[in-house]
Design a protein around this ligand. Structure first.
Ligand code: OFO
Length: 172
């Protein structure tokens, strides 16, 4: 059984995962209208993953005697000045989510809720991977700079990052 405090903290995280999905969906749309199909596909996949993270939390809350709350979401940013800026925002957002997960882990320990603590370990590992992936992408973008040919290759190659991430993902 979840304490009210943990239930509230998990519900806050449900909202964050839902907002993450919307943020990445907006990035996918922006990339798509700019003609970068690879980047758009990658961001659509990221958006789907965040929705899976939200659903996994929802199931956990409901199965543990709580009630998952579906709430109003903040509107995401829909335009960016460059791809670099877009991926910097993605990286910053992942760091924000990691901090939020860490805080949840902290609360679960304070409350001696070891079931929730155990459940959250999947999110801890996921955030390590996602931060690392965002950092790798930013490194590549910094290497490309303003080179249009580099951007073309990056757009083609990012689909490989999407495919390999999808094949190692197991959000269930
Ligand atoms: Fe929900 O995985 Fe990152 O943000």
């Amino acid at each position: 059984m979840l304490s009210k405090n943990i239930e509230k903290a998990l519900n806050d995280q449900i909202k964050i995962e839902a907002e993450s999905s919307q943020i990445y969906l907006a990035m996918a749309c922006w990339a798509e209208v700019k003609g970068l199909e690879g980047v758009a596909g990658f961001m659509y996949d990221q958006s789907n993953e965040e929705r899976d993270h939200m659903l996994k939390l929802i199931k956990f809350v409901n199965e543990r005697g709580g009630h998952a709350q579906i709430s109003e979401l903040a509107a995401p940013n829909v335009t960016f000045t460059s791809f670099k800026e877009m991926f910097e925002k993605l990286f910053d957002h992942e760091v924000f989510v990691s901090n939020s997960i860490n805080e949840l882990v902290h609360i679960s320990l304070q409350e001696k809720d070891y079931a929730t603590h155990n459940f959250l370990q999947w999110y801890v590992s996921e955030q390590i991977e996602e931060e690392a992936m965002a950092r790798t992408i930013l490194d590549k973008i910094n290497l490309i700079g303003d080179d249009k040919g580099g951007l073309y290759l990056f757009d083609r190659d990012i689909q490989q990052i999407s495919i390999s991430t999808a094949s190692t993902e197991n959000p269930q």
